[in-house]
Design a protein around this ligand. Structure first.
Ligand code: MLT
Length: 312
């Protein structure tokens, strides 16, 4: 009997992922967010598939004696220790475009929710209260949207919010003036963006430079009527500074999908009515999960067959 290579699914992945892996592997399951389950489960597998809840850090990589591939069914790689993987000769693959539309659409949903108080009004009405004046909102027409990070997702958000006739400003040192002009976006400095925007949305990767990028100093530069949205990565907003800025009336509200520590269910700023929170749903659509799962399953197949894995 020949033994099949083992693929460990450490998080909930779409049925299409398993179908795309095909019959050539032994598939095992574990809860990657639980270290006590992950470390023994990873010990003798050839590949591991994760989303964002599994920390594939140096300790996990060291425990994985046969590991050849770490596959991240999503965009970011901040939960994978790339250096430790490289040192151990383990390939890392992801699906960089799989969920960009879903993340952009959720961002737009947060902007609209904040502008029109939809979540708070919904809770109030279902609680038996008819409060039309309390939940009066603001139009998006002619308001300024500041996009921090005009990469794939930031550009999709800009295009979608332009349909509401918002004026889009962006801060992104890596974007050329020609690209910004093509997107009909005005490139500005970060300080100009913070000072002028009515809505600010951040679409940056999580790196030592971007952690806490929207903190005390940034909130102090914003309009008192500004709303801030983070559907990118937990930690880009300093959560304590956000709670204080809301408390002190430095900004009007925030829409937050990602948190420094996940899961998080009771952070200080959750108490504000002008805050909308969702539990890391940016990539959680059927379409994005199918695209991400199929893309990384194909990469795992190629990598375990010793074939070249093309850039996704
Ligand atoms: C991503 O980085 O693509 C998402 O965070 C994936 C996920 O939701 O797990």
């Amino acid at each position: 009997m020949t033994t099949k290579p083992v693929v460990l699914l450490a998080e909930e992945l779409s049925p299409a992922t398993i179908a795309a892996l095909g019959p050539d592997f032994e598939i095992r399951y574990t809860d990657g967010s639980d270290r006590a389950q992950l470390l023994p489960a990873i010990a003798d597998v050839d590949a591991i598939l994760v989303r964002s809840a599994t920390q594939v850090d140096a300790e996990a990589i060291a425990a994985a004696k046969k590991l050849k591939v770490i596959a991240r069914a999503g965009v970011g790689l901040d939960n994978v220790d790339i250096k430790a993987a490289t040192q151990a000769g383990v390939m890392v693959v992801n699906a960089p475009t799989s969920n960009i539309v879903s993340a952009a659409e959720l961002t737009c949903g947060h902007i609209l929710s904040l502008a029109r108080n939809i979540p708070a009004a919904n809770i109030s009405l279902k609680g038996g209260k008819w409060k039309r004046a309390k939940y009066a909102g603001t139009e998006l027409l002619d308001k300024k949207l500041g996009v921090i990070g005009l990469g794939r997702i930031g550009a999709l958000v800009a295009a979608r919010m332009q349909a509401f006739e918002m004026e889009v400003l962006a801060f992104d040192p890596y974007v050329t003036a020609a690209r910004a002009a093509q997107l009909n976006v005005k490139l500005v400095t970060l300080d100009e963006l913070l000072a002028q925007s009515d809505f600010i949305t951040i679409h940056m990767p999580k790196t030592p430079e971007t952690v806490g990028m929207l903190g005390k100093d940034a909130f102090a530069k914003m309009k008192k009527t500004a709303y801030v949205v983070n559907v990118a990565r937990g930690g880009l907003i300093d959560e304590e500074a956000l709670a204080r800025a809301l408390e002190d009336g430095e900004i009007a509200g925030a829409g937050v999908d990602v948190f420094s520590k996940e899961p998080s269910t009771d952070l200080a700023f959750f108490g504000h009515e002008s805050v909308v929170v969702t539990p890391h749903l940016g990539a959680s659509t059927d379409e994005a999960q199918e695209k991400a799962g199929v893309s990384v399953a194909k990469s795992v197949r190629l990598a375990l067959a010793g074939e070249l894995v093309p850039d996704a």
